[in-house]
Design a binder for this molecule. Sequence first.
Ligand SMILES: [Zn+2]
Length: 147
Amino acid sequence: MNEMTYDDQLELEANLNAGARITLPPPSPITPQITIQRQECDGKWTDETRINEFIDRVVADELRVAGFIEDYAPRNRNQVIEALQNGQTLKYDLDWYANIRQTPQSQNSNNHPALIVCDCGHSVRKEMVMAASMGTSCTNCYDRMSD
Ligand SMILES: [Zn+2]
């Protein structure tokens, strides 16, 4: 996308002005390890499970913006995901509320305390991790994980 010629940009702009659908690259089969929220027209944020679809929409909106702003380098999927992970709110369409963001971490940690995966293979809360001679362990596996 960064190698678009000026003619390419003019053509893209013309297509966009004509209401043409943007041809997107095939969606990635890998769902990024983030959770997102989508803003509703009342301004409230709701959890959105169609992560790949909305990232593709943001990529399409980046191309739309690039059609209007000179020297604007539209962000690709990875850059969009990175921006979300950095806490940015990103537009996926024209409406003022057409935004997505990464689910705020504070909401997650309040409801689900962070779990640590021990060497025994079980996930426990940080304060429950035990140090056995064969590695970290949950309380149930402590004897098995001790020499
Ligand atoms: Zn265990």
